[in-house]
Design a protein around this ligand. Structure first.
Ligand SMILES: Cc1cc2nc3c(=O)[nH]c(=O)nc-3n(C[C@H](O)[C@H](O)[C@H](O)COP(=O)(O)OP(=O)(O)OC[C@H]3O[C@@H](n4cnc5c(N)ncnc54)[C@H](O)[C@@H]3O)c2cc1C
Length: 392
């Protein structure tokens, strides 16, 4: 008899969880409330940790096909001068594929492995004994239920797992722009770059030879910065030398306010909560999706290794939760740099950039984590606790 998992949510977390379990021989059904995959016109940063999960699932080459490997990550001030620059390379890779590509590849691989994705299927609640309940009044029972239904997760809330939910007081507008072939030859056109002016930020990230991902970030309540469609004149005045980017930003991008979510626990009985439903974070490290993929991968590994669903869930939560909460905390504090005067922010960024210790504890801790190497997957809390303290 195959073991069964019912998953609410067909985003990055739900599809990765589904594929990981399908590859371990489980019967997988993913329920997505929309009528198709929820495709955003945006790119997604996938650092080494997420790339390794995709490799472990056998889909890395398809997700990164056509995507340009990053070689440098920079921070520049409003007049274009760089105040921090990090190398990105073979041991510390970064790709920014289209979200559409990531979701489509995960979906196709899941179906090819025997999994099923049911569209127009909205979950409304779950029971710790392994029931998932739907809006149309039907219910399904499984060995394992997964709530991967995003920040507003009804599955999580039906189990009373939410501890707190806080706005991160910032807003981001995301869109894709076309790239001209000559931009591939210039330093600015090649680099992944955060351009700062006061509390506003313009992120430019090359995705493919033809497309780049742009994110405009401002404090929540900044009426010009938060405007959708964007206030082109306002952004041009902030970054006059980046008019070539701003003029190409389409009006149909997406604006979001960032949030942080913290749970009492990541599970209740046979129900596990994965991805933004458990651990939404502001996107300043580009790790929300990476944490979701690692969590999904380790959940399947732990349950498979332990044999018993409840033991596997306990081992998974013990390993992944402290780490993910540590990354949430770093993402939050990194975002607070927007509140500093420019000179103080530049000084802090230079100091952070110069410290190997800080990098190892922060970005590298996340970006170079390998949850696919069996020797590194350890349920021991002792090895994790001092480095990744739980945030309350
Ligand atoms: C501006 C911004 C930029 C970001 N950039 C990056 C980045 O570069 N790199 C990175 O790693 N992360 C990034 N993130 C974070 C990343 O997008 C999220 O962490 C990731 O999408 C979480 O995936 P998820 O599947 O948990 O949730 P979601 O992507 O929200 O997917 C949830 C899915 O569940 C469905 N659903 C919801 N409710 C139900 C229900 N009741 N029943 C059935 N289905 C349901 C939804 O329709 C959706 O398809 C960014 C986030 C933001 C806001």
């Amino acid at each position: 008899m195959k073991r069964t998992v019912e998953i609410a949510g067909g985003g990055i977390a739900g599809l990765t969880t589904g594929l990981a379990f399908a590859q371990k021989g489980w019967r997988v059904r993913v329920h997505e409330q929309e009528s198709a995959l929820r495709i955003l016109g945006a790119g997604i940063y996938i650092w080494e940790n997420g790339l390794r999960v995709l490799d472990g699932l056998g889909v890395l080459a398809r997700v990164t096909a056509g995507a340009i490997p990053a070689s440098r990550h920079e921070k520049r001030n409003h007049n274009g001068s760089a105040f921090a620059s990090s190398r990105v390379g073979q041991d510390f890779r970064l790709y920014v594929p289209l979200r559409e590509t990531l979701l489509t590849v995960l979906h196709e691989a899941l179906v090819a492995t025997g999994g099923e994705v049911v569209f127009n299927s909205r979950a409304v609640a779950a029971g710790p004994d392994g029931w998932l309940h739907f809006e149309d009044g039907s219910s399904r029972h499984a060995d394992l239920v997964v709530g991967a239904d995003g920040v507003n997760s009804p599955v999580r809330d039906s189990l009373g797992l939410l501890k707190w939910r806080r706005p991160a007081n910032q807003f981001g507008y995301r869109a894709m722009i076309r790239r001209e072939s000559n931009e591939l030859e210039t330093a600015v056109g090649q680099a992944h770059c955060e351009n700062w002016n006061g509390s506003r930020r313009l992120l430019y990230a090359p995705c493919t030879a033809e497309l780049a991902y742009v994110q405009l970030t401002s404090l929540a309540g900044d009426s010009s910065g938060n405007a959708v469609p964007i206030d082109r004149g306002f952004w041009r005045a902030l970054f006059p030398h980046l008019g070539w980017i701003i003029d190409r930003i389409p009006d149909d991008g997406r604006g979001d306010r960032f949030e942080i979510i913290r749970l009492e626990g990541w599970s209740s009985g046979r129900v596990a909560i994965v991805g933004d439903a458990a651990s939404a974070q502001p996107p300043f490290l580009g790790q929300g999706g990476g944490c979701a993929m690692m969590s999904a991968f380790v959940l399947a590994h732990m349950i498979d290794r332990e044999g018993d669903v409840l033991d596997g869930i306990a081992a998974w939560e013990m390993q992944e939760r402290p780490f993910t909460e540590w990354i949430q905390r770093i993402a939050y504090w990194y975002g607070q740099l927007a509140l500093l005067p420019a000179s103080a922010r530049t000084a802090v960024c230079k100091a952070l950039n110069a410290s190997e210790w800080v990098k190892r504890q922060t970005l590298l801790a996340a970006a170079c984590r390998d949850v696919t190497a069996p020797r590194r997957i350890s349920p021991s809390p002792a090895s994790n606790a001092p480095i990744y303290p739980l945030m309350h």
